[in-house]
Design a protein around this ligand. Structure first.
Ligand code: ADP
Ligand code: MG
Length: 250
């Protein structure tokens, strides 16, 4: 019998921990099932790759800042009459729009599920290996304003490039009278055609001049956002209101 005592050390040296854990049981499987050498090696490599993928997904989920529990498993499509479910499924399962730096804009009044939908799509994309950051528009603007004051806005924008998808939740809560919101325009311009955004808003485009400093900046921001974008509009009653009405009727 061949003495394989060096193998665990070699696998450790090569940073292949899952292969290190599983090689013995995989040898057993291979012997029992009469696997060829290539089949054995492929299976062992598959285990390593799969465990790396799982670890990466866990890290992305931890760092993505997604609101807890807002996934498709808790999202009821029946509650939203006219939502294009096949389109939503496509956005959640097909990463090509992310690769192409396209955007998704979700409009609708308060409480209709915009944030939940954005988070659910993001959750599904993370499971496909996409790196996502979820942030409220107001806290993002604050961070960018601080960076601008510290002359580090370009660096902060570049750091956000590590996220193939950035979710800006509730852009309508950003108000130009509360500070310099051109940082938000700079972010949109920076990511244009290179990295994706999901933007949720309870304000239609016609109200966006309350967000950006000047009309021309508003037009330029909308122009860049919609150039390669899917727009979902949720016309429904507030889910929150419906739920509390239901609870009171019971
Ligand atoms: P919005 O962002 O449009 O204001 P939210 O996504 O925050 O609305 O939704 C409000 C609450 O209702 C959240 O707790 C959310 O999970 C829930 N909710 C909204 N729509 C749905 C839905 N279709 N299925 C299940 N829960 C929903
Ligand atoms: Mg919301």
């Amino acid at each position: 019998m061949y003495d394989a005592s060096a193998l665990p050390i070699l696998l450790k040296e090569l940073r292949l921990p899952t292969m290190g854990h599983l090689w013995k049981s995989t040898v057993q499987d291979a012997e029992e099932k009469g696997w060829s050498y290539p089949k054995f090696l492929t299976t062992l490599c598959d285990y390593e790759v799969e465990s790396r993928n799982q670890k990466r997904i866990q890290t992305f989920l931890k760092k993505g800042n997604l609101p807890y529990g807002k996934t498709f498993s808790t999202f009821d499509f029946k509650e939203i009459d006219k939502l294009n479910k096949p389109k939503v499924d496509d956005l959640a399962h097909n990463t090509s729009w992310i690769t192409q730096g396209e955007n998704l804009l979700i409009f609708g009044p308060s409480g209709v599920g915009k944030t939940h939908l954005a988070a659910a799509i993001a959750h599904s994309l993370i499971e496909k290996g996409v790196k996502v950051l979820f942030t409220s528009a107001t806290s993002l603007v604050q961070k960018l304003q601080i960076a601008r004051k510290n002359l580090s806005l370009p660096m902060t924008l570049s750091k956000l490039d590590q996220y193939a998808l950035l979710i800006i939740d509730d852009i309508g809560y950003v108000r130009k009278d509360e500070g310099e919101t051109h940082v938000l325009f700079e972010l949109i311009a920076h990511r244009y055609e290179s990295a994706s955004l999901i933007v949720t808003s309870n304000q239609p485009f016609s109200e966006w001049d309350q967000i950006f400093a000047t009309n021309s900046m508003t037009v330029a921001a909308i122009d860049r956002l919609v150039h390669h974008a899917t727009i979902l509009e949720i016309h429904s009653e507030s889910y929150r209101t419906k739920q509390s009405l239901k609870n009171h009727l019971i």
